[in-house]
Design a protein around this ligand. Sequence first.
Ligand code: ATP
Ligand code: MG
Length: 445
Amino acid sequence: MRMSRYFLPVLKETPSEAQIVSHRYMLRAGMIKQSSAGIYSWLPLGYKVLKKIENIVHEEQSRAGHLPMLMPTIQSADLWRESGRYEAFGDEMLRIKDRHDRDMLFTPTAEELITDIFRSHVNSYKDLPLTMYQIQWKFRDEVRPRFGVMRGREFYMKDGYNFDLTKEDALHAYNRHLVSYLRTYERMGLQAIPMRADSGAMGGDNTHEFLVLAETGESEVFYDSAVTDLTFGDREIDYDNVEQCAGVMEEFTTKYARTDETHDEALFNEVPEERRKVARGIEVGQIFYFGTKYSEAMKATVQGPDGKPVPVHMGSHGIGVSRLLGAIIEASHDDKGIIWPEGVTPFHCGIVNLKQGDEEADGACEALYKSLTALGLEPLYDDRNERAGGKFATMDLIGLPWRITVGPRGLKNGVVELTSRRTGESEEMPPEDAVKKIAAIYAEH
Ligand code: ATP
Ligand code: MG
């Protein structure tokens, strides 16, 4: 992409309504624009990152064997009356009437609808296990929408649902989700710690939230610092393997890590003092096992092996796809702007032309642009007629992990400069080597 043709409405001033750094940078980098409280338009740069994150979620769900599908955002109130949640959801549910005066609503989550789909089509235990998920817009009329996409009213969420014959099978589904979530967040360059949480309105007693540590997080968390040493890495997982998934689950959840809702001071005090940490975290996902709560309320049964109808065991699992943009920025930025992890960056690298209009510099930039594109990489070429300082400031703000700087002086010696956004370190090298180096870095992501 050429900057001269892109839509990147960068703001010079710091927007006064933004209280936290991710919200400030998303507005300043022209990623989002508020349309009303807690409701945003996603401008090209923000949309690109949103899609990258969504894509990682899809890839990891598919790896775990879960089936993608899509349910409507506007739903009839009838199903929600059946489960009892039409009233229970309270003011967070946006209720609408259609022209025939029928009660409709904008989906805050989708347990009811998926359970209805399930009971309409699945009759036998032989069709289990089954896990389906969607990535779809949700609406919750939050009392205090704030912090930009972190707590929006309209937000993008992955919600998945498993149907199993027995509690044991459903607990395997729970573990499988936990494992796949660990891998999902790590690919985004994030450490999201599974913490024992409270199931609230969802019911059931098995639930973990995934938290990214950040000073601006809304949740208070208590953990054994040894949990931050755990990494998932590139281990091979067979998601059908019950013992393997249970093993990973145990490895990542036995050390103390809890949100304030489930915090137990006495247990916490058993952790060696120097490892006891109290901090703040951003909830980027949650998994639940809630047994037969919905299947009993909504009569979602299958014929068991003995021919008798049994209610299925269920769980649901969510990832805050749009919130993740904020969480990643909170975890990865400096005073100049965002620092995107390679896995989610909107463009793989920036190209800064120090002397636009200079034949040699323009030619070298075009050649770099072509070679990178030919390798399947997406560079963002700042080809505007602007001062170098302004170009650097924009690149730093939008946070591409790598920048190639091209100027007449370097070109005389046959070199360009490759700079890491994270470390600020620069290295001079021939243009072909810069291309090779960038290609090698992204081969791993
Ligand atoms: P919270 O406690 O932050 O209100 P929740 O526990 O009600 O969230 P879930 O029903 O678990 O949310 O939804 C799954 C995920 O969706 C959450 O882990 C979070 O990342 C994201 N999410 C929930 N509410 C919002 C919101 N208002 N704006 C953006 N993302 C949200
Ligand atoms: Mg939650």
